[in-house]
Design a binder for this molecule. Sequence first.
Ligand SMILES: Cc1ncc(COP(=O)(O)O)c(C=O)c1O
Length: 423
Amino acid sequence: MSAINTHLLPQTADISSAGNLSIGGVSVAAIAEQFGTPTFVYDEEHIRTSCQSAVRAFGPDRVIYATKAFINTAMAQLAHEEGLLLDVATGGELFVVRNAGVPANRCVMHGNNKSLEELQSAMREGLHHIVVDSFDELQRIEVLHSEGLPAPKVQLRITPGLHVDTHEYVATGQDDSKFGFNLNNGDAMRAIEYARSSPAVHLTGIHCHIGSNVLSVDNFEDAWRVMVEFFLPLNLPAITLGGGLGVAYTANEVAPTMEQWASVLHRATSQLPATTEVFVEPGRSIVAAAGITVYEVGTVKPIDGIRTYISVDGGMSDNPRPMMYGSEYEAFDPQRANAPRSGRARIVGKHCESGDILIFDAAVPENITVGDLLVVPVTGAYGYSMASNYNKVPRPSVVFVRNGNARLVSRRETFDDLVRLDV
Ligand SMILES: Cc1ncc(COP(=O)(O)O)c(C=O)c1O
């Protein structure tokens, strides 16, 4: 197996002739030395370029970054600076982005079970709009409006009823879904009528999101055509067609580019009046490939005739995706990044579960030894944001690199953090 495919690395990644990986002009080994391991390293230039391509492809004020993919104060500020609106799915995400200084009218609220308190904050602060997911939520908004809060702008989330080629846990466009108003059973139209007749909401549009990590542009086109057909006679000003654009996690995967995704969208929406506001809300495709995780190898255990287990100092607590979705990744040594990876091993974490697997059957350089660094690329989305404290492992640090500088943007948790909630 050859060396790591550089397509999987962040945009500013560079491998020296001696095989040392640097990102944003900073050596990854030096980052591990300074900030410890595991650490998430993000190429700031890469994230900014992704934001800019999205804005170029879909237009100013039409791209809503899905913060669930990765959010902290620095990321909220970066996305806002690059002109993206921010989609929050909980009061917690709203708190983080507002605390980072993002104005309320640049935030969009999502979620399939928004509490009264979450809706109250959204209405009181005046978010750009709320994506309403159920009749229960419409009624909660009515209660809040009757108590004096202003009627918010809302879009209604519609489930178009289509199968999507992705893991069933992240497929959301099918009839059997907890999300949205079902189009096929008439709930979608009933919700439109309800919202139109309610003084508590300003209905501005409809929304759909068919799933995450979708690699087939046909899936998007099919869903978007159904949505556009439903939307046209409604004469509403806005439609959001979701996020979901997939990314390549391994050398043999191919993902559509932002521009290809946009051209499918433009085709599917070509019959809409030019004044229609068409929004998208990408998460993964903005940040996944910009981030890597740097681990240190702690044990190497060959089991004759079976396989070799390489344990690193993180695992399912910083990346639950392999365990949840069977997701695949690649790994390599950032200090010999151009070395052929002719060995094979299962890369596992330090947690007390046999399922604590990062890579089921990884190509690795020969003679990986204790103390070597191991990098897993394309971990910028749904890694840190899904991180846990299982086994009381402190969450990793997050470092942004750019122009030769490494900036700590979220510090590593400490043991004190592990007991700070205990009373
Ligand atoms: C409503 C909604 N919009 C956008 C996204 C972002 O999806 P992705 O990160 O796949 O682009 C999600 C993710 O689950 C979502 O639920």
